[in-house]
Design a protein around this ligand. Structure first.
Ligand SMILES: *Cc1c(COP(=O)(O)O)cnc(C)c1O
Length: 453
């Protein structure tokens, strides 16, 4: 063994790098993003950044300069109050700052014995969601990276439960039932799980109804789960959960409710009725990185009966034999092993602000959506497609072609006034505004919509 492998710190003094990162982060948390930021080509970025990964290293000052001047400006400000495209983000400053603390603590939060304190705190935050669902106290789950992993993990647990109940896989394999409005990640989950997809028709307003599901299940004996949307991503529509739960009970089928975006509405008294029936679901997801004011990436995955998740997800290996499997191990509840305590920023913000403020913040965005929808309804040059059920507003500019919509949307983005991207609803092009940021000002949005004349 040569001497230089044992002498001197490998990384040298990293305090400059630590300070550069912490100072940058604290100023970003305070000032928010620049709405005019956006993608550039990889070639442009390479030219602007120069060589970044070199044998000798650039040192923290040069690396940070590239990050601040080249890299971050080539990203979209998800938290800008006028970013109303796709599903934006609006994390509290407390939550974003605590992401830094979570990283610094570097907790292994896969198993209780390594991450007990962090998992306890995550479970406190999950218990709030369980209470909003009206589920029993012994329900629970864990945080995963996003709705895609959450849906896949829940649907895998459902499939394993169905297989155990039936005593084997049906000859033709399992089927997953959902509407065509279900999120694309459900189709992806079906492919991963190698289950067929049964697309159940929606009613004229875009809802999956109990009657349609009953008819579909009558001809499909091998359904391992039904996926209901509690807030479709495109239109913010909540399926008829109560009727769907009744049909699922009749057939002994697992009901999974995808509330990745809309699940936050559970906290808002003004729309809570739309979720009636969710108390009878078997699994549920909501992304706090969408409408519950947490930074990326954070999905709360919950099971009414966590034992059924353990049966599907517990990983076995010689070096894991010593683990206490009676303890609350997030590893046993989803498709993951190592994990950061990604629920901690959400927990810290919730603990700091309290659940009343969360409820009020969600209500405020719903009010903003309604105010904008009313203004659209009243505007002679615009056509509201439907009253928003949650906080997504779909509307049209009669007389406009697809190219007109695209040109207007690109101009508004280019000018940094608003991000609003066209979508398709029931086969026709429409404009879509997704409100999840309580700082969004309805008046400011309405003023921009004047440019649609
Ligand atoms: C966003 C979304 C997903 C996927 O969540 P990710 O966190 O992006 O993986 C799933 N379902 C619905 C309804 C969504 O809105």
């Amino acid at each position: 063994m040569s001497d230089d492998t044992t002498s001197g710190p490998v990384w040298g003094d990293e305090s400059g790098a630590v300070l550069a990162a912490v100072v940058w982060a604290s100023s970003r948390v305070i000032r928010q993003g620049d709405p005019k930021g956006g993608a550039r080509t990889a070639d442009e970025l390479a030219a602007a950044a120069g060589e970044t990964v070199t044998p000798g290293g650039l040192g923290p000052t040069a690396a940070m300069r590239i990050f601040d001047e080249v890299i971050v400006p080539a990203t979209r400000a998800q938290d800008d109050p006028m970013n109303l495209a796709y599903i934006p983000a609006a994390p509290t400053r407390a939550a974003v700052a605590f992401d830094l603390a979570t990283s610094a603590a570097n907790i292994f939060a896969g198993v209780w014995e390594a991450g007990a304190g962090a998992i306890f705190a995550e479970n406190e935050a999950l218990a709030w969601i369980v209470s909003l669902l009206g589920w029993p106290d012994d329900a629970g789950g864990c945080f995963v990276s996003g709705g895609t992993t959450g849906n896949l993990s829940a649907l895998m647990a459902a499939r394993e439960a169905a297989t155990a109940h039936r005593g084997g896989r049906p000859a033709g394999g399992w089927t997953l039932a959902c509407s065509a409005e279900a999120h694309s990640s459900v189709q992806s989950a079906a492919r991963v799980l190698d289950v067929d997809l049964l697309l159940v028709p929606v009613d004229e307003r875009g809802h999956l109804t109990g009657a349609a599901l009953r008819e579909a299940l009558a001809g499909a004996p091998d359904v391992s789960a039904v996926v209901a949307s509690a807030g479709t991503t495109n239109a913010g529509i909540v399926d008829d959960l109560d009727d769907l739960a009744t049909v699922c009970e009749e057939h002994g089928v697992w009901l999974h409710v995808d509330g990745a975006y809309g699940g936050a509405g559970l906290a808002a008294a003004s729309v809570r009725d739309r979720f009636i029936g969710v108390e009878r679901a078997d699994s549920f997801i909501v992304d706090p990185h969408k409408w519950l004011f947490a930074p990326y990436d954070c999905c709360a995955l919950l099971y009414r009966d966590p034992d059924r998740a353990r049966a599907a997800h517990t990983q076995m290996a010689g070096y894991l034999d010593q683990l206490d499997r009676q303890a609350w191990n997030p590893t046993d509840l989803a498709i993951h092993l190592s994990r950061r305590a990604r629920g901690l920023p959400f927990w810290f913000s919730l603990a700091t602000h309290g659940t009343d403020r969360y409820a009020e913040a969600v209500e405020r965005t719903i009010r903003t959506a309604r105010t904008v929808a009313e203004a659209i309804d009243a505007a002679p040059h615009l056509e509201l497609i439907a009253e928003p059920e949650l906080s997504i507003v779909l509307f049209r500019r009669p007389g406009w072609s697809d190219d007109d919509y695209t040109a207007w949307s690109e101009q508004a983005a280019h000018d940094g006034v608003m991000l609003c991207v066209p979508t398709k609803f029931q086969g026709e092009t429409a404009l879509r505004l997704a409100f999840i940021n309580p700082e969004t000002n309805a008046r400011a949005v309405i003023d921009v919509l004047e440019t649609l004349r």
